[in-house]
Design a protein around this ligand. Structure first.
Ligand SMILES: Nc1ncnc2c1ncn2[C@@H]1O[C@H](COP(=O)(O)OP(=O)(O)OP(=O)(O)O)[C@@H](O)[C@H]1O
Length: 237
């Protein structure tokens, strides 16, 4: 397997406060990776740094050998939360905007995903339930044809039926050689589909393991392993 993402000695501060310290990790192409950590651990920040949305870090982030922010932006599809988008706009119009901005946006993939997720594209963004808004974000994000997708907490506040639908869409629509990094603090949602696990705690990447190793060699479920890390089962300094 080839390595799509490599992070070396990444440190990041905001307003003189350290948010991430000496993070090292990598990701193999074609895998689904869980980025786990408690609230405020730094998951969103790390995704913003990988995608090139946040700048000013120390260390190196490389995607397929590309290390510049501008290059990474083109290679990564990041599930930003549509905060700046007009809530009166209909989903179909927002999708057109994405198509205009991202040359790799596939209209046909978007339509198939929207249908699979049972989205009515005539609806206005502001009228969507939390679950449908997240499904729309997933559809937009996975419609770009890139090698690395970053899904930030796609199950936050989502009911179990919608969670299952979102997981099914990830499994069905992921290109074989594409890599998906999914952040979550309720690992139960995604444990079964993960190939690898990254865990952030106390500003550091304390775990970077293959999921099978945790299940087979450590004899633990991903959920129990994650809990043991957070309750002090593993040294993190
Ligand atoms: N713009 C900012 N300025 C200063 N501190 C920030 C800023 N954004 C995030 N932080 C801090 O960085 C830390 C990591 O936040 P981040 O949102 O990346 O965590 P997270 O793991 O995604 O959390 P959650 O699961 O709650 O979404 C937190 O302590 C947060 O307060």
């Amino acid at each position: 397997m080839t390595e799509i993402l490599s992070i070396n000695n990444l440190s990041y501060k905001r307003n003189l406060t350290s948010i991430l310290k000496q993070v090292n990790c990598s990701a193999e192409s074609g895998s689904i990776i869980g980025l786990l950590g408690a609230n405020g651990a730094g998951k969103t920040t790390l995704m913003r740094l990988i995608s090139g949305a946040a700048k000013g870090f120390h260390g190196e982030i490389s995607i397929n050998g590309n290390t510049q922010d501008i290059e990474r932006k083109q290679l990564v599809s990041f599930s930003h939360q549509l905060d700046g988008v007009n809530s009166h706009d209909r989903m179909e119009k927002i999708a057109e905007f994405y198509q205009a901005v991202y040359p790799d946006f596939s209209e046909s993939a978007f339509k198939r995903l929207a249908e699979f997720l049972e989205l009515d594209l005539h609806q206005r963004l502001g009228n969507l339930s939390k679950g449908n808004r997240m499904k729309f974000i997933i559809a937009i994000t996975l419609s770009r044809q890139v090698q690395l997708y970053l899904l930030d907490e796609p199950f936050d506040g989502i009911d179990s039926m919608s969670r299952k639908k979102i997981i099914a869409s990830i499994l069905q629509w992921k290109p074989v050689d594409a890599t998906i990094l999914i952040s979550d603090h309720h690992v139960d949602d995604v444990a079964n589909i993960l190939d690898a696990v990254l865990i952030i705690k106390d500003k550091k990447m304390v775990v970077s393991e293959k999921a099978d190793k945790i299940r087979e060699e450590y004899g633990q479920s991903i959920e129990d392993y994650y809990e043991s890390i957070y309750t002090g089962g593993k040294e993190n300094d």
